[in-house]
Design a protein around this ligand. Structure first.
Ligand code: NAD
Length: 261
C-alpha cells in the first residue's frame, strides 16, 4: 500500500514497453495507491510483453495505441469514456526518432525526421491533453517525461534535445490553458535509466556512469523513483504544482554533464 491515496481515480498510462519502462513504475505506484488503470501497448509485437503487465495491474482498459496511426489515440479515450465516463490522470511516456537521427547529428536531421520525432514525442502530449480535457471533470493531473538534454547539451542526445525542449515548453503552455479547469500539467526530468528506448542511444553506458559521477548525490536514479514522483504529482500532495519540470536526477541538472566519447 502507498501512503498517498488515489482510490477510485482513473489513470491512463501510455508508454509501457516492458518491466523496465519508466511508465511501468508509474503504473505500479498508481495501482498500489488504489487507482484504476488504462494501459496501452504499441502494436502486436509489443503486446506479449505488455499484456501480462496490464493483467498484473488489473487494468480494465488495455489496448493497442500507436499515436502515429490515425484514430488510435482517439480510440483509447473513447474506450475510457465508455468504461468510466471520466479520467483523473494521464501519464505520457513515449518518445521516438528515426535511427539515423538517434545516432546522427542534429545538424544533419531531415525535416521529415524532425517532424516525426516531434509528432510522436511532443505533439502526442498535446493531443492527450486535448482528449483528456472533457473527461477531467473534477480537475486532473497530466504528466510527461523529459531529460536534461532539453536544457543543456548532452552528447549523443541529438534531435531529442530540441524535441524535449519543446515538450517542456508545451507543459508550461498546457498548464496555463488548462489551469482554470484544475488540470495540472507537469514534466518529470528523469536521470538516465537503462530502458529499451535508452539502449538505442549511442554510448548510453558512458552516460549512466558520467551521470552518477557528476550528480550531487553521486549515484544513478532508479525507475522506481520516477514512479514515486509520478504518484506524488498525481495525488493531492502536489495539488499546487503545475507547469513544473521536476528533476528526478540525483541533482544532475545543477552540475551539467560533459561526455566526450
Ligand atoms: P521505453 O522504451 O520503456 O518506453 C518508450 C515507449 O514509447 C515505449 O513503450 C514505446 O512503445 C513508446 N512509443 C514509441 N513510439 C510510439 C508511438 N508511435 N505510439 C505510442 N507509443 C510509442 O523507454 P523509457 O526510457 O521508459 O521511455 C519513456 C519516456 O521517458 C520517454 O519519453 C523517454 O524520452 C523518457 N526518458 C527516459 C529516460 C531514460 O534514461 N530511460 C530519461 C529521461 C526521460
Amino acid at each position: 500500500m502507498e501512503n498517498l491515496d488515489l482510490s477510485g481515480r482513473k489513470a491512463l498510462v501510455v508508454g509501457i514497453a516492458n518491466e523496465h519502462s519508466l511508465a511501468w513504475s508509474a503504473a505500479r505506484h498508481f495501482r498500489a495507491a488504489g487507482a484504476d488503470l488504462a494501459v496501452t501497448w504499441l502494436n502486436e509485437k509489443a503486446r506479449p510483453y505488455v499484456e501480462p503487465l496490464a493483467t498484473q495491474l488489473e487494468a480494465p482498459v488495455a489496448m493497442a495505441c500507436d499515436v502515429r496511426a490515425p484514430g488510435s489515440l482517439e480510440a483509447v479515450f473513447e474506450a475510457i469514456r465508455a468504461r468510466w465516463g471520466r479520467l483523473d490522470i494521464v501519464f505520457h511516456a513515449i518518445a521516438w526518432m528515426r535511427k539515423e537521427d538517434l545516432q546522427g547529428r542534429l545538424t544533419d536531421c531531415s525535416a521529415d525526421g524532425f517532424g516525426e520525432a516531434m509528432t510522436i514525442s511532443c505533439h502526442s502530449l498535446i493531443r492527450m491533453a486535448h482528449l483528456a480535457e472533457p473527461l477531467m471533470d473534477q480537475g486532473g493531473s497530466v504528466m510527461t517525461l523529459s531529460f536534461l538534454g532539453a536544457e543543456r547539451v548532452v552528447d549523443h542526445y541529438n534531435v531529442m534535445g530540441p524535441v524535449k525542449a519543446a515538450l517542456e515548453a508545451s507543459v508550461r503552455y498546457l498548464a496555463h490553458e488548462l489551469g482554470p479547469r484544475r488540470i495540472r500539467v507537469n514534466a518529470i526530468s528523469a536521470g538516465p535509466v537503462m530502458t529499451r528506448a535508452a539502449s538505442g542511444l549511442d554510448h548510453f553506458d558512458a552516460l549512466l556512469e558520467a551521470s552518477a559521477a557528476a550528480a550531487p548525490l553521486h549515484r544513478r536514479i532508479e525507475a522506481d523513483e520516477v514512479g514515486r514522483t509520478a504518484l506524488a504529482l498525481a495525488s493531492g500532495a502536489m495539488a499546487a504544482v503545475t507547469g513544473e519540470v521536476v528533476h528526478v536526477d540525483a541533482g544532475l541538472h545543477v552540475e551539467g554533464l560533459v561526455l566526450r566519447s
